[in-house]
Design a protein around this ligand. Structure first.
Ligand code: HAM
Length: 421
């Protein structure tokens, strides 16, 4: 056993506890996402937090997410496993394992783990909500998926989110383009930052993402992916853009958008929040990944999806003053001034009748109990003093109106509250 530190244990670096009311806000956010996804025919899937390491290696062995940031370890059976860094790989593993009827439209929410350098908006444990669709090779689906994320941001009340889109082409297009970028960057190697030179060896396309001015000066003249698209890929992308235009979803064509995971083909997209610092302003991203099912040992199956970062979305909401934490609500709070039996019995009766009710333990003055009632968000305070106790009545005080109150026999209390709630 490790020794207890002098000031007690703290959550690990980059990991946070979420307490009320922020926890209620997260729940409300996921509920909002669930409503949007279910209204578009997506079903929830619950995936394990850990998988065989091999599942995640398919995400891309050249990416930082896999090579540098994975929480992987050997479990007690000697199996190499990892905490999920994202949920697309697990979704594809589930597709290959269960062979559901296609198209398979799923949504998910949950925590992911990446051993990154923590800073505001970048954590080692972070939450995502997302969708994946398998078995449809139709550009209109790309539009549906993007529109769903767009609608969700709107439902939250965010106004400063922008959509960036790109096409990386088919598998072969992407390979040819990667080679063209590699040759170009090699020719200007001397001008690149040390970090970019290191990335160039593993994953040339990621250099295009570099935010360093030194690299950007080189990247600006790099080959354009649009010049490397096959006719098919170009046509698919044109239809995606036409669909977004038809739905009046604004977008920016961003031909440097390569994304941090290796599995993308054809349409890729990212949502950035202008209210956040540029270094952490991606509040979501996704795209097509038409080869991943095969890579996992399944039949070739088209796939597309996105994941949105809950932590960053909430930071963007803070910055825009959108989607505040819901106020606590409660139907009734029992203020018992005579010894506690009424508090015990009334809260139980109210809860059994399907209402929300709370009380204070250990009694306390009327004033302090009323403070607790206010804090709970209760609509009614139910006061039981010696008078009420003697006549088997309760004083019902409306905490939201002008503080009106009435005496009600205990036997009629539930009906009375139902009539007034
Ligand atoms: P991703 O771009 O790696 O894509 O992550 C999606 C979103 O998760 C990011 O835009 C960001 O908002 C959030 N995020 C990522 N890392 C962190 C972090 N360390 N701290 C806080 N938020 C973070 C994926 O994960 C893909 N699975 C998306 C996808 C689904 N593609 C196809 N289907």
């Amino acid at each position: 056993m490790t020794a207890t530190p002098q000031h007690g244990f703290r959550a690990l670096t980059g990991m946070r506890d979420v307490l009320a009311p922020e926890s209620s806000r997260r729940r409300a956010l996921v509920d909002t996402f669930a409503r949007a996804a279910q209204a578009a025919g997506y079903h929830e899937v619950l995936l394990p937090l850990v998988e065989d390491l091999g599942v995640f290696l398919r995400v891309g062995e050249a990416t930082d997410v896999v090579t540098k940031e994975m929480y992987d370890f050997v479990d007690k059976d000697g199996t190499r496993i990892a905490l999920r860094p994202e949920m697309t790989a697990g979704s594809v593993r589930a597709l290959v394992q269960h062979k559901p009827l296609l198209p398979w439209k799923i949504w998910y929410s949950g925590s992911n783990f990446r051993h990154e350098r923590p800073q505001k908006g970048r954590y080692r444990s972070f939450d995502q909500v997302g969708v994946e669709v398998f078995g449809v090779d139709d550009a209109d689906l790309d539009v549906e998926v993007i529109a769903l994320a767009w609608r969700f941001y709107e439902m939250l009340g965010l106004r400063q989110v922008r959509l960036l889109i790109n096409s990386l082409g088919e598998h072969d297009d992407r390979e040819r383009y990667t080679e063209a970028v590699r040759v170009y960057l090699e020719s200007r190697r001397g001008e690149l930052s040390e970090k970019a030179i290191e990335t160039l060896g593993r994953n040339p396309l990621r250099v295009l993402d570099s935010k360093r001015p030194q690299d950007q000066a080189v990247v600006i003249d790099a080959p354009k992916v649009a010049d490397h698209l096959s006719d098919e890929a170009a046509e698919h992308f044109a239809r995606v853009r036409a669909g977004l235009d038809a739905l009046a979803i604004p977008y920016t064509l961003e031909d440097r958008l390569v994304r941090g995971l290796d599995y993308y083909r054809r349409t890729t997209f990212e949502f950035v929040a202008d209210a956040l610092d540029a270094a952490q302003n991606a509040v979501g991203g996704g795209g097509r990944y038409d080869r991943l099912a095969e890579d996992m040992g399944g039949a070739p199956t088209d796939g597309i999806g996105f994941a949105l970062g809950v932590d960053r979305i909430l930071l963007a909401c803070d910055a825009e003053g959108a989607f505040p934490a819901p106020q606590p609500t409660m139907d009734a709070f029992v203020v018992d001034m005579v010894g506690g039996d009424a508090a015990r019995d009334l809260t139980h009766a109210l809860r059994s009748a399907g209402m929300s009710a709370d009380r204070r333990f250990g009694g306390g003055s009327m004033k302090s109990q009323m403070k607790s009632a206010d804090r709970s968000g209760a609509r009614f305070a139910l006061l039981v003093g010696s008078d009420e106790a003697e006549s088997n009545e309760v004083t019902v005080r409306d905490l939201r109106g002008g503080g009106e109150q009435r005496r009600v026999p205990q036997s009629e209390l539930i009906d009375d509250l139902r009539n007034h709630l």
